[in-house]
Design a protein around this ligand. Structure first.
Ligand code: FA5
Length: 345
């Protein structure tokens, strides 16, 4: 009996060394230490040994069980350690490996310029409004003193949808819409950024679809000098303190008097170059004092209130600000061009 126990212990310890994973370890436990295991089977034979031998054999059997249990526990711990080391080795992180570059987009230069324009005018107390791109002929032309068959309609070649509905050719219809809505209150001080459409031939400074910002201020006693002051604040805020602006007499049916505003060329500083077509100046906006016809169409009394309005070309502003020599860059989606504005938010 004693020998059987010793032999069992040796064999069990030998086989334990072969166990490589928890499943094999459990099978080993059931085989040697389980209820139906080999040790229990040996102990069942106790009945056959002399009574005086039983305590000694019993103690030996307990020692063998304890030894096997202890060996199993330490084997289990060793296996866990091995498993953990294997996992850690597989998870090794080399912090010196370069990371993946996450592609980050940029705010489009036109969006950036619109935001800057809004900031400058918000600072002077203007509100930002929006209007429809698909517009009624009435607001785009008639309410602005441009009746059907008026020669001024040729100034803006139009995409018509029906005879009465069109793609707006400028943001000025928002002058008429706003005044109609705000009548009879003053002051009115708004700017309206938005896309406009014209059947223009695309070239370096013209696009068939471009962005304007309309400005409108109506109150008692608004004068041309207010217009000049506001536009000077805008030009200096946008292009810097040294940049010159000039007003040239012009004609729009919905302003009287009318003017066009030029900014001195940023590339040649007024000397004349390709961008400014040798003139030293680049036109960025049309403006003037709101025509009494427009005020009265909305209900206002033109003897009581007066106002100024302007329509600014956003692409031209961006071209001036960044020295971009072709308006088509804004619409080509060339990443080399757009990435230059990556850091601009
Ligand atoms: C107008 O559109 C008038 N509504 C402006 C106005 C508003 C006058 C309020 C008086 C009072 P004009 O057609 O000149 O005017 O256009 C205004 C500006 O839009 C121009 O100065 C120019 O900067 C820009 N612009 C005009 N046509 C194009 C085009 N095809 N491509 C890009 N920008 C253009």
């Amino acid at each position: 009996m004693e020998e059987t126990l010793r032999e069992l212990e040796q064999r069990a310890l030998q086989e334990l060394k072969e166990c490589r994973n928890p499943t094999q370890l459990e099978a080993w436990r059931l085989r040697f230490l389980g209820k139906k295991g080999e040790l229990t089977a040996v102990l069942r034979g106790m009945a056959r040994i002399p009574e005086n031998e039983r305590p000694r054999i019993g103690q030996l059997a307990n020692e063998v069980r304890d030894a096997l249990e202890a060996a199993r526990t330490s084997r289990q711990q060793a296996l866990r350690r091995e498993e953990r080391d294997r996992r850690l080795a597989a998870e090794t992180l080399d912090v010196t490996v370069p990371g993946w570059r996450i592609p980050v987009g940029a705010v489009h230069p036109l969006t950036r310029i619109i935001r800057e324009i809004e900031e400058i005018f918000l600072g002077m107390g203007f509100e930002v409004r929006e209007g429809p791109e698909v517009e009624l002929d009435y607001y785009n032309f008639e309410a602005l003193n441009i009746p059907k068959d008026h020669p001024a309609r040729d100034m803006q070649d139009t995409f018509y949808i029906t005879e009465e509905i069109l793609m707006r050719t400028h943001t000025s219809p928002m002058q008429a819409r706003t005044l109609e809505m705000t009548y009879p209150s003053v002051p009115v001080k708004i700017i309206v950024p938005g896309r406009v459409y014209r059947r223009d031939e695309d070239d370096a400074t013209h696009s068939h679809s471009f962005v304007q910002v309309e400005g409108l201020m109506v109150d008692r006693g608004v004068r041309m000098s207010d217009l000049k002051g506001v536009l000077t604040v805008f030009a200096k805020g946008m292009f810097g303190e040294d940049r010159q602006i000039r007003l040239r007499p012009s004609y729009f049916p919905f302003t009287e008097p009318s003017a066009e505003v030029d900014v001195s060329c940023p590339l040649c500083d007024g000397a004349g170059c390709r961008l400014c077509k040798g003139t030293g100046w680049i036109e960025i906006l049309g403006a003037g004092m709101v025509h009494p016809y427009v005020l009265e169409k909305a209900g206002y009394d033109a003897d009581e209130v007066s106002g100024f309005a302007f329509g600014l070309g956003v692409e031209r502003t961006a071209m001036l600000k960044y020295g971009i020599d072709d308006i088509r860059h804004f619409y080509m989606n060339d990443l080399h061009f757009l990435r230059q504005f990556r850091r601009a938010l």
